[in-house]
Design a protein around this ligand. Structure first.
Ligand SMILES: [Zn+2]
Ligand SMILES: [Zn+2]
Length: 49
């Protein structure tokens, strides 16, 4: 489970290895397993995650 600064929570899974995505301290979404980083628009507030 990852949580945006607006409070929106989501469960994301890595498209590459299927593991649950996590967040860096800066809030960036990444996969702890394969190191893949993604950016997306938050469905909750419409801003960049
Ligand atoms: Zn991965
Ligand atoms: Zn948000």
């Amino acid at each position: 489970m990852i949580r945006h600064t607006c409070g929106y929570e989501a469960s994301l899974y890595c498209k590459k290895c299927g593991r649950p995505m996590a967040q860096t301290q800066k809030g960036q979404i990444w996969c702890p397993h394969c190191g893949r980083k993604i950016s997306m628009v938050c469905p909750g507030c419409g801003k960049l995650w």
